[in-house]
Design a protein around this ligand. Structure first.
Ligand code: SAH
Ligand code: DHB
Ligand code: MG
Length: 218
């Protein structure tokens, strides 16, 4: 079914998304610079853009920048005076992302912070709350990232977490894959936390069978 999922994603992208030079250049540059092709798909990027606009987001936080493909979709949802902070462990990824965002003319809205996201988050002690948080980095820390998202958010903040299904891997309660362990820890945390309303939606498409968590701070 994988090929058909990809073909439908291509159909959706060609009918509803159209051509986009800055996004295409970003993916080409990422590949040329050796970044892994694990960006969100075009249809998922458009979904993030729409969710951020529906939330009326003026301040967006992203955990896991890679080459800035999802960053670009999210930054485009911001009003002129909006801003996006994105956290990335790898200096090389951050450099490529900065280049891509500069080429797209939106780097002035984006603050890329290099280092382990847990440390960058811990350093956020004041400042305006974030309206929208996209979590897409090391899956073992997802529960921590959501707790931090609540702390730097406000009632009504939207939280999206990528890759929470992993071709059904989430069902493997005895897994020794720390990404699966981390994802299940995220579900445990969400199920017991009265500060959030949350669901998870399964997806198929260019990124095979996966899914995302959608949550809102109460
Ligand atoms: N959101 C991007 C894809 C992110 S891929 C997009 O859709 O375009 C995951 C990224 O998280 C990688 O760049 C990886 O280097 C980064 N990462 C991994 N561990 C991290 C950590 N502890 N802190 C911050 N970033 C991390
Ligand atoms: C991987 C990471 C992602 O964020 C993703 O969307 C797909 C794959 C990975 O590490 O393999
Ligand atoms: Mg992802």
């Amino acid at each position: 079914m994988g090929e058909r999922w990809q073909a439908v994603d291509d159909y959706i992208a060609s009918t509803l998304l159209g051509e986009d030079d800055a996004l295409a250049a970003t993916l080409a540059n990422n590949s040329a610079q050796g970044l892994p092709p694990i960006d969100v798909s075009p249809t998922q990027g458009k979904m993030l853009f729409l969710l951020a606009q529906m939330a009326g987001a003026k301040r967006i936080l992203e955990v896991g920048t890679l080459g800035g493909y999802s960053t670009m979709w999210l930054a485009r949802a911001l009003p002129d005076d909006g801003e996006l902070v994105t956290l990335e462990l790898e200096a090389h990824h951050a450099r490529v992302a900065r280049e891509n965002l500069e080429n797209a003319g939106i780097s002035d809205k984006v603050d890329i912070r290099v280092g382990p996201a847990a440390e960058s988050l811990a350093a956020m002690v004041d400042g305006s709350p974030f309206d929208f948080v996209f979590i897409d980095a090391d899956k073992q820390n997802n529960a921590l990232y959501v707790r931090e998202a609540i702390r730097v958010g406000r009632p009504g903040t939207t939280i999206v977490v990528d890759n929470v299904v992993r071709e059904g891997g989430v069902l493997e309660a005895d897994s020794d894959d720390e990404r699966i362990v981390g994802t299940r820890a995220l579900f445990d945390m969400l199920s017991g936390d009265p500060r959030l309303d949350a669901t998870a939606v399964q997806t198929v498409g260019a990124k095979k069978w996966d899914g995302f968590v959608l949550a809102r701070v109460r």
